[in-house]
Design a protein around this ligand. Structure first.
Ligand code: NAD
Length: 322
């Protein structure tokens, strides 16, 4: 499989490294000459260009990976799909629901893969969460909340919701498999007008489950944490932990029959399941290549990506008071 990677700033080289190992990295592309020059030595077998159209014109190219700044994603992904290429586009794949809907429809029409780079979905720790939720081990899930805080990176083009929240939201929607009926966000743009640095989100789902996200790049704590509260057990995925990525707490509410409706709590063992240490990005790239190769449901990844953008758009409308 011949793959091109466009955008070789901070993140793109990680994608290029993986595709160089897993497939044929046929092209590297960056609009900035200096950036491209830096990558040339690292990927000597790939052809290098500053012109995105040059790689699209290569008939033998199967797939394009878009790792450019967020405002360019939808347009570059659209051009790649129109050129008949499968697309892996970094998160968020588009900045409006209308843009992502157009991409999803085009990919379906041409039977091409459109996969958003929702890295966390491929994290073995998140896979473990999904397994615990899916098996019913947690009982009924009541609520999920994410903490994604740190001091920096302060982004100029996207706010904390689009830059950080996209990760937690993709996981929350993946775990709960529902579209929220309510989506409320509150926040403030302290540093740059119109770019919210601190955002709090509330989601309510048709089943009655609720979710919350605290997103901030103005925070003393570096937190990358998701907590799932079930009626039988509670589980924490903490990506800052090296060995204890997932912790399962046998803690739950308990209604004692003999006390006529009085709630008590129960605390049991704390369990740390083994979580594989595979690089999530490698797993994401493998999944993309498998989809391109015809393995798995191409339409589903595209539709899941569209749902994330749709909810981000609704949260943005709430944040801006519309
Ligand atoms: N999944 C993750 O965990 C993760 C982590 C970091 C970044 N990202 C995503 O990766 C993307 C890139 O982020 P970054 O931090 O590497 O940004 P960056 O600004 O460091 O790099 C972007 C590069 O794209 C190039 N570029 C811009 N327009 C181009 C065009 N039309 N054609 C070719 N090249 C073009 C720029 O010259 C720049 O070198 C963003 O979407 C970001 O959200 C994802």
């Amino acid at each position: 499989m011949r793959v091109a990677v466009a955008g070789l700033g901070y993140w793109g080289p990680n994608l290029a490294r993986n595709f160089d190992a897993l497939a044929e990295l046929a092209w590297i592309c960056d609009a900035d000459d200096g950036v491209l020059e830096r990558s040339r030595g690292r990927f000597p077998r790939a052809r290098a260009t500053t012109d995105f159209d040059e790689l699209l014109a290569d008939d033998a190219l199967d797939a394009v990976v878009v790792a450019t700044p967020v405002p360019t994603h939808a347009e570059l992904a659209l051009r790649a799909l129109e050129a008949g290429k499968h697309v892996l586009v970094e998160k968020p794949p588009a900045m409006t629901a209308a843009e992502i809907d157009e991409l999803v429809a085009l990919a379906a029409d041409r039977d091409l893969v459109l996969m958003p780079g929702h890295l966390l979905l491929y994290h073995p720790g998140v896979q473990k969460l999904k397994e615990l939720v899916g098996s019913g081990e947690l009982g009924e899930v009541l609520c999920v909340y994410g903490n994604r805080q740190n001091l920096g990176i302060i982004r100029p083009d996207e706010n904390a919701l689009w830059s950080l929240g996209v990760h937690d939201l993709s996981v929350i929607l993946y775990l709960l498999e529902e579209e929220p009926s309510e989506a409320i966000a509150l926040g403030r743009d302290f540093l740059q007008p119109g770019v919210e640095d601190v955002v709090f989100c509330y989601l309510r789902f048709p089943s009655g489950k609720i979710a919350h996200m605290h997103l901030s790049w103005l925070d003393p704590h570096k937190m990358r944490k998701l907590t799932v509260v079930g009626t039988e057990k509670m589980v924490v995925f903490d990506d800052m932990e090296l060995e204890r990525k997932v912790t399962v707490y046998e803690k739950s509410p308990w209604l004692r029959a003999e006390t006529y409706g009085e709630w008590q709590t129960r605390t049991g063992d704390i369990h740390i399941p083994k979580v594989a240490t595979d690089e999530p990005l490698r797993l994401e790239c493998e999944r993309f290549l498998a989809l391109v190769g015809g393995d798995g449901d191409r339409g589903q990844v595209a539709r899941d990506g569209a749902l994330v953008v749709r909810v981000l758009e609704r949260l943005t409308e709430s944040l801006r008071g519309r």
